[in-house]
Design a protein around this ligand. Structure first.
Ligand SMILES: Nc1nc2c(ncn2[C@@H]2O[C@H](COP(=O)(O)OP(=O)(O)OP(=O)(O)O)[C@@H](O)[C@H]2O)c(=O)[nH]1
Ligand SMILES: [Mg+2]
Length: 505
């Protein structure tokens, strides 16, 4: 994952974008503080972080479904979802050629020791233990796993926040919003089960963290399969209700100033779709074939389901209860009855119904498409915090240069405008065009200009010129408020950047 020094040095020559400029600034800072080994070491760590995959933290209140969603994203059950000690520590999931578990723990006041723990599996799940090390001594638990997703994103599972377990909550807050220093994640996926004030408060805290919170934040209305479908005829209507709620959150006026990308997801449906076995499918098919009255009466409670007279073996019922739970058994039965005739078809239907694809798409657009800018932003903020904590005047020149770079970053303006788009008094189709131009539907020039991927350079150039003229006209409107002017300027800048990158036909 981390490149060696040579690779880093070589990449300076070819990388002239945000990442390259951040790298040069931080290298410059390393030189300035070479006589102060602790500061130089911290800057070197930031430099290395620039070459790692994007760090995405999953955060949210206790039992909001973070670990299950992490498993769904990776497609394997590697994050613990039972209430063990492991759910109390921040756990990093990184790419590795072979599975490995490493725990970094303090063995006296300060010194940190790394211990490799055995990789054990049980029932297809990775069983994670802390090797007898108390959770409060653990600096970091790291699971290395071969996974295509982890090649692009390092996923960080954080313990759930709750007013009942303050020490565990504090561990998560210290990670996301440290009192001194910057957030160690480049982007955050925030899970909440409903629109709760505690969640909104934590979201605000993360976003407005004093030393610059992560720029990328996606909200997930989690465990969406559990949403009450308000009398819908089928169990499937719960997910639809959750989707409607996430759409309402996107335009909720009380969320002003917060990132407003919300998507409804059921991590449990998604992971069940990806790990569905033939045996599970066979048992579920028998249930789907039962008369509606028989099934409804058996599904009144887990006890009834276990003891009812059904043509499904007791062991299989226990398996279904453990893996799916009552709600998802009902959803799965509905999906089979709606046409999922074999295990692969049911697996696809579960994943589609779970909302996982929508979340993946949003991750790619918001985070993947802005990888370099998000990395540069968090690295510069971290470097800024370190330099600013040094004796006065020492790093003034560097701080000015970093501030200039941060102020000039178009990605900050873009993401801030996108986050507040719903608050702007814009008519359609202007609001939709602005969303598209600022990368809300994809960050490639083609996506921003609404062109098909095979559009020629000449078409791209012509569309960018046309868009530039359009946004200039909008900007010339009298009596625009400050936020709208900022949004239109960001669009103009987006067009100019595309035009500058193209040569005229
Ligand atoms: N029905 C349903 N249950 C879910 C879903 N996601 C998680 N759960 C269940 O909720 C419980 C908690 O899930 P976790 O994934 O461990 O939640 P968490 O947020 O990581 O929990 P903590 O780390 O302890 O805060 C488990 O029993 C899961 O099976 C979901 O999408 N649907
Ligand atoms: Mg968890």
């Amino acid at each position: 994952m981390q490149r060696d020094d040579d690779a880093v040095t070589n990449s300076h020559a070819i990388d002239s974008g945000e990442l390259g400029r951040a790298r040069l600034l931080i290298r410059d800072a390393g030189g300035e503080f070479s006589d102060s080994p602790p500061v130089a070491a911290q800057l070197a760590a930031i430099q290395r972080r620039l070459d790692e995959p994007l760090r995405v933290a999953l955060a949210g209140t206790l039992k909001s479904g973070k670990s299950t969603l992490l498993n769904a994203l990776v497609g394997e059950e590697i994050a613990p979802t039972d209430a063990t000690e492991c759910t109390k520590v921040v756990t990093w999931f990184t790419a590795s050629a072979a599975p490995r578990i490493d725990v970094a723990h303090r063995f006296d006041g300060h010194n940190v020791r790394h211990t490799a723990l055995p990789v054990l599996r049980s029932g297809g799940r990775l069983s994670l233990h802390l090797g007898g090390i108390p959770a409060e001594k653990i600096e970091r638990l790291e699971v290395g796993w071969p996974s295509a997703l982890l090649d692009h994103y390092t996923l960080i599972d954080t313990p759930g926040t709750s007013s009942n377990s303050r020490d565990v909550s504090e561990r998560t807050l210290a990670f996301l919003t440290p009192e001194r220093g910057s957030c160690q994640a480049d982007a955050v996926v925030y899970l909440m089960r409903s629109r709760h004030e505690t969640d909104l408060e934590l979201l605000r805290q993360i976003q407005h963290h004093h030393s610059g919170g992560p720029l990328g934040v996606i909200g997930v209305l989690s465990r969406a399969d559990e949403t009450d479908g308000a009398g819908g005829a089928s169990q499937l209507s719960g997910m639809d209700a959750a989707r409607r709620r996430s759409a309402q959150l996107r335009t909720d006026p009380e969320l002003g100033g917060l990132h407003r990308d919300f998507v409804a997801v059921s991590g449990l449906l998604a992971i069940r779709g990806q790990t569905l076995t033939q045996r599970e499918f066979a048992a579920l098919s028998v249930l789907a074939g039962l008369p509606e009255g028989t099934l409804r009466s058996a599904m009144l409670s887990p006890g009834r389901f276990t003891n009812a007279e059904l043509a499904v073996a007791g062991q299989d019922r226990a398996l279904l209860l453990d893996r799916f739970g009552m709600i998802d058994i009902k959803i799965t039965v509905d999906l089979i009855r709606s046409g999922a005739r074999d295990a692969p078809a049911l697996a696809d239907a579960l994943i589609e119904h779970s909302g996982l694809d929508e979340l993946r798409r949003l991750l790619d657009i918001r985070f993947g498409g802005r990888h370099d800018q998000l990395k540069a932003h968090s690295a510069l903020h971290s470097a800024r915090t370190i330099i600013a904590s040094q004796p006065a005047r020492r790093g003034e020149r560097l701080l000015r240069a970093i501030d200039r770079e941060l102020a000039g970053s178009s990605v900050i303006a873009e993401l801030q405008v996108l986050a507040g788009l719903a608050d702007l008094p814009l008519p359609e189709p202007t609001a939709a065009a602005l969303d598209q131009m600022l990368g809300g539907r994809g960050t490639t020039p083609h996506a921003r200009l609404g062109l098909p991927p095979d559009a020629t350079a000449a078409q791209l150039w012509a569309a960018a010129m046309h868009a530039l003229a359009y946004w200039h006209t909008q900007l010339a409107e009298p009596l625009l408020d400050h936020s709208t002017v900022r949004a239109y300027r960001a669009a103009v800048r987006g067009c100019e950047e595309i035009i500058a990158a193209q040569s005229a036909p």
